[in-house]
Design a protein around this ligand. Structure first.
Ligand code: CA
Length: 232
């Protein structure tokens, strides 16, 4: 059941679109979920469930590691340990192969550009492979000075810092930017930064989770969102 949004619901005076990467620009979340699952199995977490990791999407990897190891094994970890474990997760992810561009994402970017919006990447990822692919798959949309990655922030999503940095890089106020997200914690981060936030539910998480986080619009997939943008 998809709600029909009216043209008038699109906010006025928007100058920039802050765009998440995994699950928005790339269909990489199944690979991430599988890599997290394998990682925690390797670390002795026996009741790991791949679907759970969609809930933590957007968080810095080291934060997810700290959370699961504390909860499941009662284990405290140092930042260095978490970083080493995260390096292993990165390796598992790289073995999954190359994540394909998300269908409809290129159309969405073109529609945003046609409206005169500048595009800024805001990702919790530090995966070099994906970051390098951006230029190839979406040329011209994300020059280096308009990218916020895990390496640029102290606090990951759901903290507002990543999106606040994105606003800074775009040189606009929160009232002049929209955010495109696919994860509940990403929506929380964007809303905390004060942005009009569009959730595209590209994974297994139900629509209600995004309503709860205060998403301003929710679309079931990227082609539907791109088509809607082209019609307003
Ligand atoms: Ca995401």
């Amino acid at each position: 059941m998809n709600q029909e949004y009216k043209k008038e619901q699109w906010p006025q005076g928007i100058k920039a679109a802050l765009i998440d990467m995994d699950g928005v620009l790339y269909d990489s979340m199944p690979f991430h979920a599988q890599s997290w699952h394998q990682l925690f199995l390797d670390l002795g977490v026996t009741n790991s469930n791949p679907d759970e990791y969609y809930l933590y999407e957007g968080m810095k990897g080291s934060d997810t590691i700290g959370l699961i190891l504390k909860r499941e094994l009662g284990k405290d970890t140092t930042e260095q340990e978490r970083n080493e474990i995260y390096a292993h997760k990165t390796e598992l992810f790289s073995h999954c192969g190359e994540a394909p561009p998300m269908p409809g994402a290129a159309d969405m970017l073109k529609a945003l550009k046609d409206k005169g919006l500048q595009t800024v990447l805001v990702t919790g990822s530090a995966q070099k492979s994906l970051l390098n692919n951006l230029n190839r798959d979406y040329p011209g949309y994300f020059p280096k000075e308009r990218m916020v990655t895990a390496l640029d922030v102290k606090n990951g999503k759901p903290h507002p810092e990543p999106y606040l940095r994105g606003l800074q890089k775009a040189g606009v106020d929160a009232s002049q930017a929209i955010v495109v997200e696919n994860a509940p914690l990403g929506v929380r981060s964007a809303k905390s930064a004060g942005c009009f936030t569009i959730a595209v539910t590209t994974g297994p998480i139900p629509r209600e989770a995004f309503e709860k986080e205060g998403a301003d619009m929710i679309f079931p997939n990227m082609p539907t969102f791109a088509k809607w943008l082209n019609n307003i």
